[in-house]
Design a protein around this ligand. Structure first.
Ligand SMILES: Nc1ncnc2c1ncn2[C@@H]1O[C@H](COP(=O)(O)OP(=O)(O)OP(=O)(O)O)[C@@H](O)[C@H]1O
Length: 508
């Protein structure tokens, strides 16, 4: 009988194999990476249709060839409709698409300040990559009613005609509306520039604009030393409509991050008509039923859910605020077109810029009769309210009187005086671009014109006189300025000292 006992060497090898098996079995099994994949059935015009992803959810991010991202928009039984955020020639029908299981998100944080980025966080200013690891969904729910507080703090635009006649408060949504080239962007940019030195964080969201126009805006911020406090979020007209559509939501998420930390934020959407058009393009390609002006049925909802996210939060939630200035371009002054009326009804007021006033050189071309601020009046600083009180009414009375006076050969003294005063008010409300005024400067000009101190000054000399007042105020009226900025009422003695100062400068 041969000896069947293993040799020592064989025994050692068997033990080794056994220990390897025991060790391997003791380890947790490796996770299997499961990804659902679908097949592209159509691609073109910035959208794709995909088959074979029955579990994909609404607004889920899908990964296309070439790492292009897509977002699901139409969930059909057979096929799903996807908007593409990028462009790649490799994307063809028949290629594979992967689910990611998460919704579209965007980077948030302090590192975005001073930068120019797109909706996905891609750096567009040629600078270093963003060092940000926190991302938040582009689409988020608006704060609940009980988490909101009334609009009480003013947001100074630095533009006399707006701060005096159509005041805006923090947390308000005020539409800037007008035909092309009427100064819409300038009003928004000047409002941002006027926030320099305050704690306000500003977001300028350019949708479907020319690259040169955006570069000019960025340069204006840089020159005004406002870029460090601002984030510029851009999609150009050449970008995919899907990216243009998502950009304002992403910009709002970036703003919310600051708002939720208790900071005040100002966000400008320039402009939402381009946003609506991008969405119309996508919807038509995705074969959604067209409605009025070929816009899809949910066109109102895309803007209302965007603007609902702007608000003044309650103290319990940190007291942060997000003020929105959406811009809308009208055609042939038709404010009752579909998208402009939708936005007028969503927002808390509108600043209407008139091409007629622009042509006459009355800049900024704010048409006070067609502009309104539904909540901001309550937020006006007390001292400001005293001088701006009934300016709106008296100014519109003057405009009527002036129109009537064109036909009348002789006017009584009272009407003549009202016209003299009104013309000076109109001159005082004129303001150059990128020259925002402080609150005390505005109060001083309005006080001077209200009290008739400018009645004897020639119209063509008024700009010079105002300049003199503005310069002298900076050095001579500092305590008064501090009092006004602190939201205090001015006493009779304060008003008298302002009058004495004004008389002195005008005479001097
Ligand atoms: N207060 C102002 N004083 C002098 N010029 C101004 C003023 N506001 C605007 N402008 C000039 O008017 C022109 C149009 O302004 P802006 O680009 O802001 O208008 P817009 O309505 O936004 O134009 P678009 O239709 O191109 O969007 C610009 O050349 C700008 O410099």
């Amino acid at each position: 009988m041969p000896d069947l006992k293993p040799t020592q060497d064989l025994q050692n090898s068997l033990d080794k194999v056994a220990s390897i098996y025991t060790e391997a079995l003791a380890k947790p099994a490796a996770d299997l990476l499961m990804t659902e994949t679908g097949i592209i059935t159509f691609v073109g015009g910035g959208i794709a249709r995909v088959k074979g992803l029955p579990d994909a959810f609404s607004e889920e991010v899908l990964l296309f060839p070439g790492n292009v991202l897509g977002i699901t928009l139409n969930l059909g039984v057979e096929e799903i409709g996807v908007i593409l955020l990028g462009d790649d020639p490799k994307i063809k029908a028949g290629e594979v698409v992967r689910r990611t299981g998460h919704v579209a998100d965007t980077p948030v944080g302090d590192a975005l300040l001073g930068r120019v980025v797109d909706a996905t966080g891609k750096v567009l200013d040629g600078g270093s990559q963003l060092n940000i690891h926190t991302r938040m969904p582009m689409e988020r729910e608006a704060p609940a009613i009980m988490d909101r507080a009334p609009v009480k703090v003013p947001l100074q635009t630095g533009i006399k005609s707006i701060d005096a006649l159509i005041p805006i408060g923090r947390g308000q949504r005020e539409l800037i509306v007008g035909d092309r080239q009427t100064g819409k962007t300038s009003v928004a940019i000047d409002t941002i520039i006027n926030q320099r030195g305050t704690e306000m964080i500003c977001i300028y969201c350019a949708i479907g604009q020319r690259g040169t126009a955006v570069a000019r805006v960025v340069e204006t911020f840089r020159e005004a030393k406002m870029l460090e406090q601002t984030i510029v979020v851009v999609t150009s007209g050449e970008d995919q409509p899907g990216l243009q559509y998502m950009t304002p939501y992403a910009a709002t998420t970036m703003a919310e991050w600051f708002r939720d930390q208790g900071k005040p934020v100002l966000i400008v959407y320039d402009d939402l008509i381009r946003h609506a058009r991008a969405y119309r393009e996508l919807s038509l390609l995705l074969r959604r039923a067209p409605g009025r002006e070929a816009f899809p049925g949910d066109i109102f909802y895309i803007h209302s859910r965007l603007l609902e996210r702007s608000t003044q939060l309650s103290v319990a939630l940190g007291g942060g605020s997000m003020t929105a200035l959406p811009i809308i371009e009208t055609q042939a002054e038709d404010i009752s077109a579909y998208i402009p009326t939708n936005l007028v009804s969503i927002t808390d007021g509108q600043i209407y810029l008139s091409p007629g006033l622009f042509r006459k050189g009355l800049l900024p071309a704010v048409d006070t009769g067609r502009s309104v601020s539904r909540v901001g009046g309550k937020a006006q600083l007390p001292a400001y309210r005293e001088v701006a009180g009934d300016l709106r009414l008296s100014y519109s009375q003057f405009e009527e009187l002036e129109a009537f006076a064109r036909f009348a050969s002789r006017l009584d003294d009272e009407s003549q005086a009202a016209i003299t005063r009104g013309k000076r008010v109109r001159e005082v409300l004129k303001q150059a671009e990128h020259k925002p005024l402080t609150v005390i400067q505005q109060i001083a000009m309005l006080k001077a014109v209200n009290e008739g101190l400018f009645d004897q000054v020639e119209l063509d000399q008024l700009a010079k006189t105002q300049q003199k007042i503005a310069t002298a105020l900076d050095t001579q009226m500092k305590p008064l300025a501090t009092k006004v900025d602190a939201g205090k009422k001015l006493s009779d003695a304060d008003w008298q000292s302002l009058m004495d100062f004004l008389i002195g400068v005008i005479k001097g």
